[in-house]
Design a protein around this ligand. Structure first.
Ligand code: MF3
Ligand code: CO
Ligand code: CO
Length: 278
């Protein structure tokens, strides 16, 4: 490794803006996530908001990592047993569905990447618990971020919390460094052992985005070249933030007026510190 970029103050200022804008797309789309709307319509609404209101570029559109075909839409919509990278289309949301909306915008060359879970109508007890545990996993991981901590510290707490709840951690996809490049070093695994892997340094920026399955961790790829589902067809959930390593801890960059607050136990651990700061 050793290829992790340290962001300059100018980069950090740009990443704060991009992060807020990505989160504001989620705020914008929230009232539209209801039974009867199609995932394609959610994509169209977000695309128009990004391009025409924000003046941002949707990073997913035509994104083409090595070995992939160009991604055809502007957001990812992952419903029920879809783990990640669900392509928006004709699928109509119905009561009881759970859906992750993953937004990545580019503003002035900088990327902001964030996702949230949404429930269509009243969720099942399992869906609610899976969403809650996954949110706690993300925040437990984030709470480990400070100079000198290891990436393995993040993966460890996420894996512990998910598995203690009887759920499993997807291994094939991970968080990632981000900045002027959508996906860069380091890889941020959502499983692992404390004290292993790279040590964090102020100025690093990366995502924490655990994908947690209600059943087994194995996945399968759909024929469209992008969509990933659970192999056992169990529900899957994901939450994502883009986070800066600060001198004293962390700063979550993908925050906006509509961001859900951190879980209560995270706030307790941060007593005395301003919101989002360790
Ligand atoms: N936003 C996803 C992530 O968190 C990546 C999506 S790539 C796409 O890394 F092409 F599918 F959009
Ligand atoms: Co990401
Ligand atoms: Co994302």
């Amino acid at each position: 490794m050793g290829n992790i970029t340290i962001k300059t103050p100018e980069d950090i200022a740009g990443m704060r803006i991009a992060g807020r804008l990505a989160s504001e797309v989620l705020d914008f789309i929230t009232p539209h996530v209801k039974a009867g709307i199609s995932t394609g319509e959610l994509d169209r609404l977000c695309h128009d908001y990004m391009v025409n209101v924000q003046g941002t570029t949707p990073a997913p559109l035509n994104y083409c990592p090595p070995g992939y075909t160009p991604y055809p839409k502007s957001i990812c919509t992952s419903v029920n047993d879809v783990v990640c990278h669900g392509i928006p289309g004709d699928k109509v949301l119905k009561t009881g569905d759970v859906v992750n909306l993953d937004i990545t915008v580019i503003k002035d060359g900088y990327h902001g990447d964030t996702s949230r879970m949404f429930y269509v109508g009243e969720p099942s007890i399992l869906a609610k618990r899976l969403g809650d545990i996954t949110y706690e996993c993300m925040w437990l991981g984030i709470s480990k971020i400070r100079p000198g901590a290891h990436l393995g510290d993040i993966g460890y707490v996420i894996q512990q919390h998910a598995e203690k709840a009887g759920f499993s951690v997807v291994r094939e996809f991970c968080g990632h460094g981000i900045g002027k490049v959508f996906h860069e070093e380091p890889q941020v695994l959502h499983y692992g052992r404390p004290g292993t892997l790279e040590q964090l340094v102020p100025g690093m920026i990366f995502t924490v985005e655990p994908m947690i399955n209600a059943g087994r961790r194995e996945i399968r790829e759909m024929g469209d070249g992008w969509t990933i589902k659970t192999r056992d067809r169990s529900l899957s959930a994901q939450w994502e933030h883009t986070v800066l390593v600060t001198e004293t801890g962390f700063e979550v960059l993908t925050v906006s007026a509509g961001s859900p607050p951190p879980p209560a136990f995270i706030q307790e651990r941060q007593a005395g510190a301003p919101a989002g700061v360790a």
